[in-house]
Design a protein around this ligand. Structure first.
Ligand code: AMP
Length: 273
């Protein structure tokens, strides 16, 4: 990969990377479309597929994470991806690996609070990927809003010479955000999982005409989530989309994010209200 990346650089070919953990769906492919648009007809789009062990806690679903590499490669080919980069664990984490990248501010809340070592793993693997692929552009999904914000911050703070584009969340017809983990839901859980998107709409509607207290709105959203017997709210947060600082007064333009368990499956979603 590194050799190919150097050849492209030398030839002045624009390169975009779309980092993923595979088991691709329409959301991932929409990032590829965005990446192709960004690099133009002369450009190349690389998709990386790597289920990164350092971003999973020991209690999480690393082993169970869905994988289907041959299907993924076929989808990538169909979407005009020139190279699917699938490094092995040994390549990414050679024996004695002991260097990590830690973002220390935006990583503390929400996903970082629920999954304390998660963003250290994400930043480390994304930084390595940026060094290996040397892209001009990297495309991330707004589905993982906090992750995209942290990667943008890391790229700026560590002087990676690339632009990070954040592309919108693709949803199923009933509003559920596409996710590789949706596959784990039982039919009953799948039906109830629309509650995340409903909660985003409910909060939007509540603050449409006047601001609301974050405390009260959290109670309202928790009560809505509780109407689905299989759903267990992990967190709901209201925050400034630029700083990720929590707000006390929620209004139009405030960012909302939530995480909800259905059995062992944990789903996340977010939106600008
Ligand atoms: P993942 O394979 O889940 O790590 O996701 C890889 C990239 O795809 C990340 O930048 C995600 O934010 C993005 N992504 C995941 N789901 C969606 C979706 N439904 N719509 C848009 N982007 C998504």
């Amino acid at each position: 990969m590194q050799q190919q990346a150097r050849a492209w650089k030398k030839a002045g070919v624009p390169v975009a990377v779309v980092p993923t953990m595979g088991y691709l769906h329409g959301g991932h492919l929409s990032l590829v479309v965005r990446a192709r648009k960004a690099v133009g007809p002369r450009g190349k789009v690389v998709v990386s597929i790597y289920v990164n062990p350092t971003q999973f806690a020991p209690t999480e679903d690393l082993k169970k994470y869905p994988r289907d590499l041959s299907r993924d490669k076929q989808l990538c080919r169909g979407a005009g991806v020139v190279l699917v980069f699938t490094p092995s664990d040994k390549q990414v984490y050679p024996e004695g690996f002991s260097t990590y990248v830690v973002e220390e501010k935006l990583s503390k809340s929400m996903e970082g609070a629920s999954r304390p070592t998660h963003f250290r793993g994400v930043c480390t693997v994304v930084a390595k990927l940026f060094n290996i692929v040397a892209p001009d552009i990297a495309v991330f999904g707004a589905k993982d809003f906090q992750q995209a914000s942290i990667v943008q911050r890391m790229a700026r703070d560590l002087n990676f010479p690339l632009k990070v584009i954040v592309a919108p969340t693709l949803r199923e017809r009933d509003g559920l955000a596409m996710s590789s983990r949706n596959k784990f839901l039982t039919p009953d859980q799948r039906a109830q999982a629309t509650v995340l998107n409903e909660a985003l709409h409910e909060a939007s509607a509540t603050v449409k005409n006047k601001p609301a207290s974050a405390y009260r709105l959290k109670e309202q959203i928790a009560a809505h989530i509780a109407t689905r017997p299989q759903a267990r709210l992990d967190y709901v947060e209201f925050f400034d989309p630029k700083t990720l600082e929590p707000v006390q007064s929620v209004k139009c333009g405030t960012q909302m994010a939530l995480a909800v368990f259905f059995g062992k499956t944990r789903l996340i979603d977010n939106a600008t209200l």
